[in-house]
Design a protein around this ligand. Structure first.
Ligand SMILES: C[S@@+](CC[C@H](N)C(=O)[O-])C[C@H]1O[C@@H](n2cnc3c(N)ncnc32)[C@H](O)[C@@H]1O
Length: 241
């Protein structure tokens, strides 16, 4: 089960991809100070209970888990630990496309990063070919985004993404594209297997959940062929001065 630490803020160096923060080896290895944020109360409660019950004798610094809105970091109570008022790195894993908006998240991240500190996101961008040539796809994508609670303002190509990051104030912006088959194909297969398992053991999900899963499975099947969306690893840096 994942622990939802969507943003991690190690106070010295390495960031960690944190599904299960209390067991993440990076934390112990590098002695990072991590602050995780989610906007979902249930995730926050579960993650906090795991930290306190499953690793009460954790040797390294304990992650701080906060309930907050990543699209307005300044609104999160106690975000800045008194001992280190600026963060070395800000990491958003597979969630920034949901923020309302990604751009306000990035703008609110900049002032709390130290000079030359970095931001990195595992995120989704619009495939460059999908935009001008196929208007019906754009319409279908709008519908999918609305259902998936993804503000359409977040759906931009890599070129526009980079331009907006630079306008906000980030430098050295870089992108790495993850092959669509790996991300969307994997997720489609995963959802299909879960649905089959539910049927085998006679577990019924609420109609709204069943429809939601079917839509996501269909969407991932659509995306896995490429030329709709790209899953990207994005990084940038705050300028030195
Ligand atoms: C697609 S899920 C990511 C799942 C994750 N990769 C995993 O495997 O556990 C997106 C998550 O982003 C988080 N999220 C969405 N909007 C947010 C916001 N404004 N602030 C903080 N977290 C947010 C939600 O908690 C949601 O569960």
């Amino acid at each position: 089960m994942p622990l939802y630490a969507y943003l991690t803020f190690p106070a010295r160096t390495i960031t960690c991809q944190s599904h299960d923060t209390n067991q993440n080896p990076h934390l112990e290895r590098y002695g990072c100070y991590v602050t995780g944020i989610t906007n979902e109360t249930t995730q926050h409660t579960l993650a906090t209970s795991r930290l306190t019950t499953r690793s009460p004798t954790h040797p390294g610094p304990r992650p701080r888990l906060l309930l907050g809105d990543a699209s307005n970091l300044a609104s999160t109570p106690n975000l800045l630990p008194p001992a280190s008022p600026l963060f070395d790195a800000i990491l958003s894993i597979d969630s920034a496309y949901h923020y309302n908006t990604r751009w306000s998240f990035l703008a609110s991240a900049l002032p709390i990063l130290r000079p030359s500190g970095s931001v990195a996101l595992a995120d989704v961008a619009l495939h460059p070919v999908a935009v001008p040539t196929t208007p019906w796809r754009r319409w279908a994508l709008r519908a999918v985004c609305a259902m998936g609670r993804i503000p359409f303002e977040n759906m931009v190509t890599r070129a526009e993404y980079e331009a907006r990051m630079r306008t906000i104030g980030f430098v050295d912006v870089k992108f790495e594209v993850v092959p669509p088959e790996k991300v969307f194909g994997g997720l489609a297969e995963f959802i299909k297997r879960q649905r089959q398992k539910c049927e085998e053991v006679g577990v019924r999900t609420a109609p709204v959940t069943s429809v939601g899963l079917a839509v996501v499975e269909w969407m991932c099947g659509w995306f896995r062929g490429g030329e709709v969306c790209e899953f990207v690893i994005v990084s940038g840096r705050k300028a030195d001065k």
